[in-house]
Ligand binder design. Structure first.
Ligand SMILES: [Fe+2]
Length: 376
């Protein structure tokens, strides 16, 4: 006998059973209870200040009982007492992942999405956090949104992206300029067609959310192409389940090499989130390294890869439109596949200025604006 329980609380060898409001008994481990006692967390820093590694012996419950809406515990070998709201315990009773308001249901879209894109004026975003919350929601739900009335300044891009999170550099620096470069280090910096891709899979942690501020677009051609990787991956899973598994489970190499950098990383074409739902795609033919997989494995992988790539080009999925000067498109670089039709060099100006933030920053901002969190 390790101790005593009352009010239906049952002490077990390594924890206890607690009767919850739904009438069911829920088991909680003693380490977990001691580690997550409300007193373990500092109200100011909001971080855990209790050190379970400092305990010489495993935490043991001496007594436990229900008092109103709380579970009370006294501990062996210490004077410590714990008091847990039963509602808090109920939220961890089933071993389910912590609820997250930023887990917005992703809504797939198709070629006809352009008139339905969530749109925001830059001045509204800059002056109203509620609007920023709506913008973040659109990015979590649809994977992209369009900003209008961008100031025609170099700073406008960073100011706008900064409303959602800290701008993170890539190996091209804080920002990049999509226009015809004299000595291009990337296909984007030419007037050629740019096949559908996600940006920089050659980075270990490829950029999360991309912003492209259109400063000028008077050149002939150069339509923007966007595809929802979620729509394709969902249909792909239904039509080719074995190929889907291959693209989910196989790491393929990407690279980006030039005079001053040689980036290499491995990625999976289809990404699942922590709940097993499709959360994105990573694909780039211009950054795909020579596949160094066993040649026998490629007998199956290449047909699956090509089936997916061809499906991605189906008109059913392809949203094509002309980005206007003064607009900024923001999109999830792990979900939305983008490209560009060729344009006629010297037929006019075409200039997009781009930058990135991480997906985690987007979710963080959304939670804060929504007022959700353990300490709110
Ligand atoms: Fe790109």
């Amino acid at each position: 006998m390790l101790g005593t329980g009352k009010d239906g609380v049952l002490l077990r060898e390594n924890g206890l059973d607690v009767p919850l409001a739904n009438g069911k008994l829920a088991y909680f481990n003693a380490y977990w209870l001691r580690d997550n006692c409300p007193s373990s967390f500092d109200r100011v820093t909001r971080e855990r200040v209790y050190d379970i590694f400092a305990e010489a012996v495993p935490p043991r419950i001496k007594e436990a009982w229900i008092s109103g809406a709380f579970l009370e515990i006294t501990w062996d070998n210490s004077q410590h007492k714990s008091r847990f709201p039963l509602t808090f315990l109920a939220s961890y009773a089933n071993g389910e992942k912590r609820a997250d308001i930023a887990r917005v249901t992703r809504v797939p879209w198709y070629s006809d999405h352009y008139p339905k894109i969530a749109r925001f004026a830059q001045c509204d975003l800059a002056s109203d956090r509620t609007r920023v919350g709506e913008w973040a929601h659109a990015l979590l739900q649809d994977g992209l949104a369009l900003i209008s009335d961008m100031p025609d300044t170099d700073d406008a891009l960073l100011q706008t992206a900064g409303l959602l999170g800290h701008v993170r550099p890539s190996y091209f620096g804080q920002v990049f300029e999509v226009k015809t470069h004299a000595n291009p280090t990337n296909l984007a910096f030419t007037s050629q067609a740019l096949e559908l891709h996600t940006d920089l899979p050659s980075e270990d942690f490829a950029p999360g959310v991309q912003f492209l501020h259109c400063r000028a677009n008077s050149a002939t051609g150069g339509a923007s192409l966007f595809v929802d990787g979620l729509s394709i991956a969902q249909d792909f899973r239904e039509r080719y389940p074995e190929d889907f598994d291959l693209l989910v489970n196989t790491d393929v190499p990407y690279y980006c090499e030039h005079d001053t950098f040689d980036m290499r990383a491995r990625q999976r074409v289809i990404e699942l989130d922590e709940h097993g739902a499709i959360s994105g795609v990573t694909i780039s033919q211009h950054q795909a390294d020579i596949f160094d997989l066993p040649q026998r494995d490629l007998d199956r992988y290449y047909p699956a890869f090509c089936r997916f790539g061809r499906m991605m080009q189906d008109e059913k999925y392809l949203m094509r439109f002309r980005l206007k000067a003064g607009e900024c498109i923001a999109f999830d670089n792990h979900r939305i596949v983008h490209g560009r039709a060729a344009y006629v060099a010297n037929s006019g100006d075409r200039h997009l200025r781009g930058c990135y933030i991480d997906r985690g920053e987007l979710r963080s901002t959304y939670r804060v604006i929504a007022g959700e969190g353990r300490f709110r």
